[in-house]
Design a protein around this ligand. Structure first.
Ligand SMILES: Cc1cc2nc3c(=O)[nH]c(=O)nc-3n(C[C@H](O)[C@H](O)[C@H](O)COP(=O)(O)OP(=O)(O)OC[C@H]3O[C@@H](n4cnc5c(N)ncnc54)[C@H](O)[C@@H]3O)c2cc1C
Length: 395
């Protein structure tokens, strides 16, 4: 049966929100709290809310980063302008006001439950207790002024909030179909591409698959450093992953390479001295003192040493320089199915400082559907909160 919310009497504004994940949930809760008389209806194509949220932080949901600032995003100034409205302290206070208890690990905030599933349950029940109505299993297929058509109903709202996400991991909900609808309405879009994703390299041998190593890495192009970080690298069958690589993917440009120092804590001289000591103590397996077997074989090959048993002490400096500067040519990024966020989306020039559409009054954008993407570490969920605060404050 078609949903007729008009039956509900005595409400002020009718606010429609498209998308019930991070940004949609935050906006719904903040609007319903601020305006108890508003009727807030959230339209979600999935059969439940927060499907993507459930996957965040390896199921632990990294909510926020205490170093949150525009510098972690593709458009630093835009984010900083909004931070002038709502500072990091305001955002942290919002968690407290909503009763969201958090725990900090190295500057990264998680729900105290350390569980994305519990966090989603908390947000959905909080929204419901504030009177927010969820319409699950309804895909928005058309928008005409204040009228929103789903594959099941037609709704009419006074204010509309787009919180439909990007294109990453469509199996979790956001499939980019809304971009098509909005471009037909005349919105300018920045071309979408995957970000926070693994990088492809034909030079990673299959034998390294599954190895994780703490590294210092540089993403470079023509002697320019595009990105630099000390962090974990995970070797894949045909590329590189891990948080440091995912972050590097957000600065990737065609023709870039990755350079890795496998032992960032040691200078080349210190590493050399370590290896010499191991060599003198156990000449046959001295590299086992510092490397797993598949990496050892790869490093020897890169050092042009074909026969392990014939390694001389004089070869060690050659091995050290490879260990400190391993190069991989990058042939591209993995696709949306492997990316955590989407770069591109609604062009920022389409919205004013309250994230209200310049094209249509009473229409707002929040979360990843805008052309804003940040690094790993709670920045993207932080953006969902910041942008939702701005929108809720303007409604
Ligand atoms: C595996 C993974 C791990 C991540 N971990 C973290 C982390 O730990 N910390 C962090 O900060 N960020 C993390 N992110 C990124 C973060 O999850 C996203 O940036 C964030 O969820 C974006 O929120 P959003 O509400 O804007 O969009 P989404 O979460 O994508 O939600 C959009 C919602 O809109 C719905 N929708 C789309 N189109 C329609 C339509 N036509 N009709 C109705 N509904 C529609 C979708 O079904 C979806 O539920 C991770 C992402 C992934 C994929």
């Amino acid at each position: 049966m078609a949903f007729r919310y008009e039956e509900k009497q005595n409400y002020g504004m009718k606010v429609g929100i498209i998308g019930a994940s991070a940004a949609g949930l935050y906006t719904a809760i903040l609007v319903a709290k601020r305006h108890p008389d508003y009727r807030v209806v959230v339209l979600e194509k999935n059969d439940k809310a927060g499907k993507k949220l459930l996957a965040t932080g390896n199921g632990h949901c990294n909510l926020f980063n205490l170093s949150f600032s525009g510098n972690a995003f593709n458009h630093p100034e835009f984010v900083n302008t909004l931070l002038n409205k709502y500072s990091v302290s305001d955002l942290l206070a919002t968690f407290r006001e909503l009763g969201i208890s958090t725990i900090e690990k190295d500057g990264l905030l998680y729900p105290l439950s350390f569980s994305a599933a519990a966090h989603v349950r908390y947000l959905v029940t909080l929204a419901e207790s504030l009177g927010v109505q969820f319409r699950y299993g309804e895909r928005v297929v058309g928008i005409n002024g204040p009228q929103v058509t789903t594959d099941k109903n037609v709704y009419s709202f006074d204010k509309l909030v787009y919180a439909f996400g990007g294109k990453s991991q469509a199996n979790l909900g956001s499939d980019g179909s809304m971009f098509l609808l909005l471009s037909k309405k005349g919105y300018h879009l920045v071309e979408q591409e995957p970000s926070l994703c693994p990088l492809k390299s034909p030079e990673v041998p299959k034998s390294l698959f599954g190895i994780r190593h703490k590294c210092e890495l540089w993403l470079t192009k023509e002697n320019m450093t595009l990105y630099h970080e000390i962090g974990e690298v995970l070797f894949k069958k045909d590329g590189l992953s891990g948080i440091a690589i995912m972050n590097a993917s957000s600065r990737y440009e065609k023709g870039a390479s990755v350079r890795i120092d496998l032992f960032p804590e040691l200078s080349e001289k210190e590493l050399y001295e370590n290896l010499c000591r191991s060599y003198r103590a156990n000449q046959r397996e001295f590299l086992a003192a510092v490397l797993e077997r598949p990496l050892e074989e790869f490093i020897l090959q890169k050092s042009n040493i074909s026969c392990k048993t014939a390694i001389k002490e004089s070869d060690i400096s050659k091995i050290c320089s490879v260990l400190k500067s391993l190069q991989f040519r990058i042939s591209g990024k993995y696709g949306f199915e492997s990316s955590q966020v989407t770069r591109g989306g609604i062009d920022l020039r389409e919205v004013g400082e309250n994230l209200e559409s310049k094209l249509e009054p009473n229409v707002f954008f929040t979360g990843e559907c805008l052309d804003i993407d940040g690094l790993c570490g709670g920045y993207n969920l932080g953006w969902a909160l910041l942008s939702s605060k701005v929108v809720a404050g303007a409604l």
